[in-house]
Each structure stands twice: as C-alpha cells, then as structure tokens.
Design a protein around this ligand. Structure first.
Ligand code: NAP
Length: 273
C-alpha cells in the first residue's frame, strides 16, 4: 500500500502534466506509467506491443480519469524518436515528463551472443535515450520545468562479465543522466537515473537469465515508486534495493578489477552461463 503522503508528493509534481513513457508494455515501464497516472499525469505510452499499450491506456482512463494515448514504436530504429516527437510535442502536446525506460539485456558469453542483438541493445539502451532527450529537453528548458528519468541499473556501477554490453550501456545511461542533472537543474528540469537491482519483469526472460537467478527480486511497483520520488526530489540517482545500494557502497572501496573478477566467478560458478 503506497504511503498517502508520498502519493501527494508525486501528485503535486505530476498532476495535469503529460508524461511519455517508453517501454510501457511491461515490467518497470508499466509500473511507472500506472504510478504516474495514479498521480494525475496524462500518458503517452510507447513500445512495440500495441495491444498491451491499448489495454493499459484504457485501464488508466477508467481507473484514474487521466487522458492516455498510444504511439507504437520500435526505438531500436533510428527514425523512431523523431516520429514520437512529431506525434507529441511536435503536434502541440507538451511533454513535461520523459521516462526513458525501454531497454533489454543479454546474459551469456560475449562471443556466443549475436552482434545484431548487441547492436540493437546499444541502439535502444543508449542511442534512443540520447535522441529522445535531445528532442524533448529544449522545450522543457524553455518552459522552465520538466522531469527526465533514465532507467539505468545497479549493473551500471561496475563492469559485468557475461553481461558486458548490457552493463556498459547502463553505465552510459547513468553517466549521461548524472551529467545532465547537473547541467539542467538551474533551468528547472530534474534528471534522475533509476538504478534497479533484480526486479520482477520480463527482463530475465528476454535476457536469457534463469528464473532462480533473480531470487529476492523487488516488485516493479516498488522500483517505480522509489524512482519517481527521487525524480521529484531532484536526486540525480536512486538505488531502490537496499542490497544494491549496500553493494554499490562497499565495492567503491575495492579495486575495480577485483570486483570484476569476483562477478565473473559468481556468474561462472552459479552455472548461469
Ligand atoms: N528487471 C530488472 O531486473 C532490471 C534491473 C535493472 C534495470 N532494468 C532496466 O529496466 C528497464 C525496463 O526493463 P524491465 O525490467 O521492465 O523489462 P521488460 O519487462 O522486458 O520491459 C522492457 C520494455 O521495453 C520495451 N522494449 C524492448 N525493446 C524495445 C524496442 N526495440 N522498442 C521499443 N520498446 C522496446 C518492451 O516493450 P515491447 O517488447 O512491447 O516493445 C517493454 O515494454 C530496462 O531499461 C532495463 O535495462 C531492469
């Protein structure tokens, strides 16, 4: 049960504003969309699976009385961010909240993975985030208000053997987000990197992670709520899982190659790869 005080904090920032949520058809993106709608935000929902987006759009209209639109897009394609912009801000719909959430990973030996899959990961997890942020940020700065979330990961804090490309894309996302946060705060725009640890969603299935490997996962709802609270509080990053925050804190005191070696051993010995 979400705290009413915290819900009021979100409503104060989001009610009546339009939010664009990428990757809204599942997992963390769907949870972010629902929490934004519960806070009174109108939604533009995007991903590739249209039926799921339509169902979510109908649900938020019925449950929260907000407006919702569906703009399907494959964000791994270079033209997709511009098409999303033209369908929204470019058509006079002011997007005050941009949630860069769509993303996927791959667990396995680098040489066994597909080049096409890795390139798509970079296109979606990094290039689309840069592109969308470039398109939507200038109007936020003009209006002197806005919120941008970039969903990174606890995997952004160290190199992760067997998830090499994925962790590198998430490090990119976190660095981009933290730098932008400092740059645009004086213009009234908050930017925050949400860094979840293992979270219940379709991520593991897509990435080829065994179910039992994600034991102790957090719910997407909890992750979404913590990320949105950090965003409105102007915090440049949020680590929703206590265990993730503790690991990130303690590994700061260890040489990076020692941590990377340890992670390699854990993955190899667990039989996950
Ligand atoms: N779950 C975790 O343990 C975890 C941990 C840390 C960080 N994260 C990050 O959290 C974010 C959300 O992941 P999730 O856990 O919610 O995974 P998920 O349940 O698999 O959801 C991923 C979302 O991204 C969308 N997507 C995938 N490829 C796309 C494409 N080419 N174009 C447009 N949309 C696309 C999917 O929609 P369609 O398939 O309908 O297009 C879906 O809505 C990702 O950035 C992920 O890296 C997840």
């Amino acid at each position: 049960m979400p705290s009413p005080v915290r819900s009021a904090v979100l409503a104060r920032s989001f009610a009546g504003k339009w939010a664009l949520v990428t990757g809204a058809s599942a997992g963390i993106g769907e949870a972010l969309a629902l929490d934004l709608a519960a806070s009174g935000a109108h939604l533009v929902l995007t991903a590739r699976r249209v039926e799921r987006l339509e169902a979510l759009a109908a649900r938020v209209r019925a449950d929260y009385g907000v407006e919702s639109r569906v703009v399907p897009a494959d964000l791994a394609l270079p033209e997709a961010p511009r098409q999303l912009y033209e369908a929204t801000e470019g058509a006079g719909l002011p997007i005050d909240i941009l949630i860069n959430n769509a993303g996927f990973g791959y667990l396995g030996k680098f040489e066994k993975g597909s080049l096409d899959w890795d390139r798509k990961m970079v296109d979606l997890n990094c290039a689309a985030v840069v592109h969308l942020t470039h398109l939507f940020l200038p109007r936020m700065i003009e209006r002197k208000r806005g919120h941008i979330m970039i969903v990174a990961s606890t995997a952004s804090f160290q190199p992760v053997p067997y998830m090499a490309t994925y962790a590198a894309t998430k490090a990119f996302d976190r660095f981009l987000s933290e730098a932008l946060a400092a740059e645009v705060r004086p213009h009234g725009v908050n930017v925050s990197a949400l860094c979840p640890g293992p979270t219940e969603s379709e991520f593991g299935q897509v990435a080829g992670v065994r179910k039992d490997f994600f034991r102790g996962s957090q719910t997407a709802e909890l992750v979404a709520r913590k990320g949105l609270l950090a965003l409105v509080a102007g915090e440049p990053e949020s680590l929703p899982a206590f265990s993730g925050a503790a690991t990130v804190f303690f590994t700061r005191f260890l040489p990076r190659n020692a941590v990377t070696g340890l992670v390699e051993k854990i993955f190899r010995k667990s039989g996950a790869v």
